[in-house]
Design a protein around this ligand. Structure first.
Ligand code: HEM
Ligand code: HEM
Length: 142
């Protein structure tokens, strides 16, 4: 059971990385004047799965944790930073929804959207490190 949350999160973090790679094509044409092809539908598709999956995976983490751990500071720091990252993803999800539903030429909102999601993605990379340590502390009997 303890592996449900880590496996979900690693999988959906990978999807978020794919969304980032697709989104960076848009960033290059939108702000850097490069000629690129942006896979709009593909980006929205993987981005949506990534964010919904990460939120569900986080809920699973919160639900499962009390069965394995006392609430000690290391658990909390992984948990708290996790919730911070999810808040950034929520901003990314709401702005992404608006960008997709009401399509027009924009600069600022895509920038807010891309920044929020990129910050969230970087935080989730740290979650892999802190989450792995948490897992080892459990398996190692700590
Ligand atoms: C982990 C998830 C995601 C990441 C890392 C991400 C990242 C990005 C980035 C970097 C851009 C370029 C922004 C710019 O040009 O300044 C972008 C654009 C865009 N994203 Fe996302 N995104 C994610 C999820 C989503 C979701 C869930 C949706 C829709 C529901 C979405 C819809 C869009 C749209 C429509 C654009 C183009 C906006 C425009 O230029 O008008 N994205 N995204
Ligand atoms: C987006 C990425 C992630 C988020 C948002 C996240 C968030 C959380 C949260 C909120 C908790 C509950 C902590 C508490 O209630 O104090 C938790 C528990 C935990 N997380 Fe994560 N986490 C992420 C990724 C990971 C990864 C990649 C791993 C492992 C490599 C991991 C391993 C764990 C473990 C072992 C627990 C405790 C037991 C369990 O629920 O399985 N997490 N996480």
């Amino acid at each position: 059971m303890i592996l449900v949350h880590p496996i979900m999160q690693v999988f959906f973090i990978a999807m978020a990385a794919v969304a980032f790679i697709l989104g960076s094509q848009r960033f290059r044409s939108n702000h850097l004047g490069h000629q690129t092809r942006f896979n709009w539908k593909g980006h929205v598709y993987v981005g949506r799965i990534a964010i919904v999956g990460l939120i569900l995976g986080t809920v699973a983490g919160i639900a499962i944790t009390p069965h394995y751990f006392e609430y000690t500071p290391p658990v909390l720091s992984h948990g708290l930073l996790g919730l911070v990252s999810i808040s950034f993803f929520l901003v990314g999800a709401v702005t992404g929804y608006i960008l997709d539903k009401h399509r027009k030429k924009r600069k600022i909102l895509p920038l807010i959207h891309g920044t929020a999601n990129t910050v969230a993605l970087i935080l989730t990379l740290n979650q892999i490190k802190s989450g792995y340590a948490l897992y080892i502390s459990f398996v190692g009997g700590g």
